[in-house]
Design a protein around this ligand. Structure first.
Ligand SMILES: [Zn+2]
Length: 430
């Protein structure tokens, strides 16, 4: 059996007064999602363990069954995985923002808009000036980069720069939490101060200043940790998965996928926004599962994690109409083509979300799960930690009584409330 998880980031929501008290999943036109719920079984899943923030990295790696208490190492190692830096066991990886410091004040965490090419020039410059056998900078995306300290101690008190804009930066200088980490803390404080001498002298920053833009005038390392001890899915489920892949536009999810032993598939036009290439992502998943993608193993991938960010971004924007559109696009433009491809022979005699291609060839059986990672309620404009609804369908499953895919209906599902690795165990072993 092939396995496909379709993840609509932040898709769950609250009851919205202007939608007659319905949630967005209830209000949106979602025949394909409802088909999966009606012909499969539903439940609720707690994706954010107690004591953790409801970040996408926490929720997505929990969905894959990783115990956050054992594997969570912070942003740095995820950044490393997302840009393809293979960390050694004694490498301390820190997220390294390029920030705007003006005088004593941390003006912002991102120096306004910084293009990746600009960030790359500055990171190369820092490497020329500051790197040595222990210290190395790596270019990431825009203002988000990576700093690796060989033999660094992670027991540090660091402050995420987006938490303290407009405040005097010196009070948030990195401190050691234990005496053994003092050497690492001192090294990092020194790098920050030297970056503040060097970066404003770079021609690119001088040009930004002339144009009235914020300078990238300091590094800001935070979120340090080591390579996570994540056992690859192929080792956890050796009978079900020999090869797997992840499809996403989001670097954090790419990083988790790499640590979980998945091949990363990049889809042209996948933006992480409402204008993403839904059809291209559906086709990439189909091609990977069937082995028609030239990079996939013979016979295709056994497992694909297909992540779509669009709904989360619409939730952060607080836009109900835009989020409804992303949900309907996910349904019509991504899930329906996949159902049409894999389930047409099964569905032809039954209920179908759209007319199916009658020329469909017999295809391998597939188990499909549909779920968000966490709610991003439009009224709240950020993530919450409530359990999310999920549906699982596979050929031969005995359906429960749930008729639609939404937050309320899933409460009546056969699977009840799951947590920890219960969801992935249930899904993979079918
Ligand atoms: Zn998310």
């Amino acid at each position: 059996m092939k396995h496909l998880i379709i993840l609509g980031d932040g898709m769950a929501d609250w009851h919205v007064p202007q939608l007659n008290g319905k949630t967005l999943l209830q209000y949106a036109d979602t025949p394909a999602m409802d088909w999966l719920a009606r012909h499969g079984c539903c439940g609720l899943l707690k994706t954010v363990p107690d004591g953790f923030h409801p970040g996408s990295e926490v929720a997505n790696s929990s969905i894959l069954g990783y115990d956050q208490h054992r594997v969570y190492e912070g942003r740095g190692p995820l950044e490393a995985a997302s840009i393809g830096v293979d960390l050694q066991p004694d490498d301390l990886a820190l997220r390294c923002n390029l920030v705007c410091v003006e005088g004593d004040i941390l003006k912002n965490h991102s120096c306004g808009r910084l293009e990746t090419e600009e960030g790359d020039q500055l990171i190369r410059f820092l490497n020329d000036q500051l790197a040595n056998e222990r210290v190395h900078f790596y270019t990431g995306v825009q203002y988000r980069h990576l700093l690796v300290i060989k033999g660094g101690d992670k027991r540090l008190r660091c402050t995420p720069p987006h938490d303290v804009p407009g405040q005097p930066w010196e009070q948030f200088e990195i401190q050691a939490e234990v005496p053994e980490a003092e050497e690492t803390a001192a090294l990092l404080r020194d790098l920050v101060r030297r970056s503040q001498e060097l970066l404003p002298t770079h021609p690119l920053n001088k040009e930004r200043a002339r144009e009235g833009k914020d300078m990238a005038s300091s590094i800001w390392p935070w979120g340090g940790g080591y390579r996570p001890q994540m056992t690859p899915l192929t080792e956890r489920f050796p009978e079900q998965i020999s090869h797997g892949a992840v499809i996403t536009a989001v670097d954090l999810i790419r990083g988790i996928g790499r640590y979980a032993g998945l091949r990363v598939i990049n889809v042209p036009g996948a933006t992480g926004l409402f204008d993403t290439n839904f059809e291209g992502k559906a086709q990439a998943a189909i091609d990977a599962l069937l082995g028609s993608d030239p990079d996939s193993p013979a016979g295709g991938e056994d497992f694909v994690y297909l992540h779509v960010e669009a709904s989360d971004e619409a939730g952060h924007d607080g836009s109900v109409p835009l989020k409804l559109q992303t949900i309907e696009d996910l349904d019509h433009r991504l899930i329906q083509p996949i159902l049409n491809k894999f389930l047409a022979p099964l569905l032809r005699d039954g209920e179908a979300p759209t007319p199916f291609d009658s020329s469909a060839q017999p295809l391998p059986p597939i188990s499909i799960a549909l779920l968000p990672d966490h709610p991003t309620p439009c009224a709240h404009r950020t993530h919450t930690a409530e359990p999310i609804p999920f549906a699982i369908y596979y050929p031969g499953i005995e359906p429960d009584s749930v008729q639609t895919f939404d937050e309320d209906a899933a409460k009546g599902g056969a699977y009840g409330l799951l947590e920890g690795d219960e969801f992935i165990q249930l899904f993979m072993t079918k």
